[in-house]
Design a protein around this ligand. Structure first.
Ligand code: SF4
Ligand code: SF4
Ligand code: FES
Length: 552
């Protein structure tokens, strides 16, 4: 027997694997069935009844379709061979309007002050399927509002439509069992379990998936109306999982970071640490121009002078062999490719390794977080940032060589070298002080910048394009969200120019060539947002509703 079934949805034929729900089969042919409780990352609950459609099964003996006695719940119903589904009949539309009327009976309609306004499924479906004035003349039922679920989430019972997405998340995804629905009928509310303080690493996901404004994030409440936000594809650098994200920003400021669906990496979720990473962007001390502390070069030289001077220091190392280079696991794959080429091909260097830029963070767990607090160690190593086979030196050996005065030029990417190793910081400073020329390319000044002969300002993760490779080898592409810090240069470009300044040629001209050279699967970073967007809000972003940012 075939594992596939073929059915029609609004007259469009679709073939899907057996066991596919009708609502998912409909997505395959671009038919969006409205829903609230359905979420592709959660077990089916079928409680809201918004996804109803006219579903007719095929009776082989009678050789005809039998109409259903009542509309069927498509998030619960399996697609069957020869099934006919009609999602837009007058009866279906009327039933949906009735569901909407029911859900809105006690809703406070406080959209003007609700943070979900603009990305609320209740608003969207009201506009698409109801648009009636309330006929309720009695006092609405009032429920608890402003209930704090831990330090990060606020619950408003009056806006809650009891879809159970949040409770299913804590039961089936985070497995922390923090939330449950208590009471019956119009007294039902979501409550925090008595022994829970709701402070685990994944709490914010419940606000993403809440289809209405019942669960909101403390750090986003009343901060920005969502229609002012611009959305850029991002990748979280908080650990080597590389959760795919959407960076929401406005006027050169990141306002929030939300998960973007990527099934083989983070599905629909991300941790709170990753969401908060953007808050540290402003903490970095940065420079707008190169900083030099050498004779013959101004303290703030222009880029041309700085790169020419760096080239003059690097070029002789091709013969001297006293160059050491330390890459960063925050480099993009494209930057790491050019960095490796500069060190090993242009300058014939063998002393090359990757450091840690960040050593602290959430511990590894069973859901997403890994124990490497840097995003791209795998990609940087794959690009070739490893000790050379002939007389190569790894990081400890490079540090020994620095202390012994054997290194003439040290090229370092990023911050973190002085503080993160088994030597104490003072010993590190002493060892590094023995190096005549340190060139640091960095988006944040640190102790090493004090010792460096030349600091070249680079762009941070929110200001550049590139790809990272995660702990499992999946590539993810991120795009520039913010206007770069004044005077900083793109790493790929800057390194390509350093290749030329040091007497060589860059290995590739474009990012596309770099990815080809790195043999990246060209499809591996394709964004995976799942379903389509709401038909009546075509101009809205794709990132809504199913995980806040993840999909529609
Ligand atoms: S709080 Fe939100 S996600 Fe939870 S049951 Fe209510 S509406 Fe659904
Ligand atoms: S699990 Fe890692 S990559 Fe994912 S959001 Fe958290 S810190 Fe970022
Ligand atoms: S989405 Fe199917 S019943 Fe709620």
């Amino acid at each position: 027997m075939s594992d596939q079934v073929t059915l029609t949805i609004d007259g469009k034929e679709v073939t899907v694997p057996k066991g596919t729900k009708v609502i998912d089969a409909a997505k395959e042919v671009g038919v969006e069935i409205p829903h609230f409780c359905y979420h592709p990352g959660l077990p089916v609950d079928g409680n809201c009844r918004m996804c109803i459609a006219d579903v007719r099964t095929w009776n082989a003996r009678a050789e005809k379709h039998f109409p259903a006695r009542r509309p069927a719940v498509t998030c619960w119903t399996d697609a069957e061979e020869n099934m006919q589904v009609f999602t837009d009949t007058p009866e279906v539309k009327k039933s949906r309007a009735t569901v909407m009327e029911f859900l809105l009976i006690n809703h406070p309609i406080d959209c003007p002050i609700c943070d979900k306004a603009g990305e609320c499924m209740l608003q969207d479906h009201y506009m698409g399927h109801d648009r009636k004035r309330s006929e309720l003349r009695e006092e609405k039922v009032h429920k608890p509002r402003l209930v704090e679920f831990g330090e990060r989430i606020v619950y408003n019972g009056e806006r809650c439509i009891l879809c159970s997405r949040c409770t299913r998340f804590t039961t089936h995804v985070s497995k922390t069992f923090d939330l449950g629905i208590v009471n019956r009928g119009d007294r039902a509310i979501v409550e925090l379990a008595q022994d829970s303080d709701f402070d685990h690493a994944y709490t914010d996901n419940v606000a993403d998936i809440c289809p209405v404004g019942a669960l909101t994030k403390q750090d986003f409440r009343f901060k920005k109306r969502v229609w002012f936000l611009k959305h850029t594809d991002g990748v979280c650098g908080g650990c080597s999982r590389n959760c795919n994200t959407v960076v929401d920003h406005d006027r050169a400021e990141v306002i929030r970071v939300m998960p973007r669906r990527r099934d083989e990496i983070n599905e629909h979720w991300m941790c709170n640490e990753g969401r908060d990473l953007y808050k540290t962007l402003g903490e970095a001390v940065r420079t707008s121009a190169p900083i030099a502390k050498v004779e013959g070069l101004a303290t703030a030289p222009g880029w041309d002078a700085a790169l020419a001077w760096a080239g003059e220091q690097l070029a002789p190392q091709k013969k001297n062999g006293k160059l050491a280079a330390i890459a960063s696991p925050w480099m993009t794959n494209e930057e790491a490719l050019v960095f490796t080429h500069l060190v090993t091909k242009v300058l014939k260097g063998q002393w090359l390794d990757v450091k840690d830029d960040v050593v602290d963070g959430y511990p590894a767990d069973d859901l997403l977080h890994t124990d490497d607090h840097n995003p791209n160690r795998n990609g940087v190593i794959a690009a070739g940032c490893v000790p050379g086979k002939k007389d190569g030196k790894d990081l400890p050996a490079i540090l020994e060589a620095c202390a012994a005065g054997e290194v003439e030029v040290l090229l370092v990417w990023g911050p973190g070298l002085v503080n993160h190793y088994d030597r104490d910081a003072a010993a590190m400073v002493e060892a590094l002080s023995s190096v005549p020329v340190i060139i640091q390319i960095t988006d944040a000044l640190d102790e090493l910048s004090e010792l460096a002969a030349l600091v070249l300002p680079a762009r941070n993760w929110a200001e550049r394009n590139g790809t990272w490779t995660n702990v499992d080898g999946h590539h993810s592409r991120f795009k520039k969200a913010l206007r770069p810090h004044g005077g900083s240069r793109d790493g790929f470009e800057l390194l390509s120019e350093l290749c030329v300044a040091a007497g060589g040629k860059p290995p590739v001209k474009t990012f596309k060539d770099a990815r080809k050279k790195l043999k990246q699967d060209p499809d591996s970073d394709v964004r995976d947002v799942g379903d389509g967007e709401f038909s009546f809000f075509k101009n809205q972003s794709l990132y809504r509703h199913h995980g806040g940012a993840t999909e529609v």
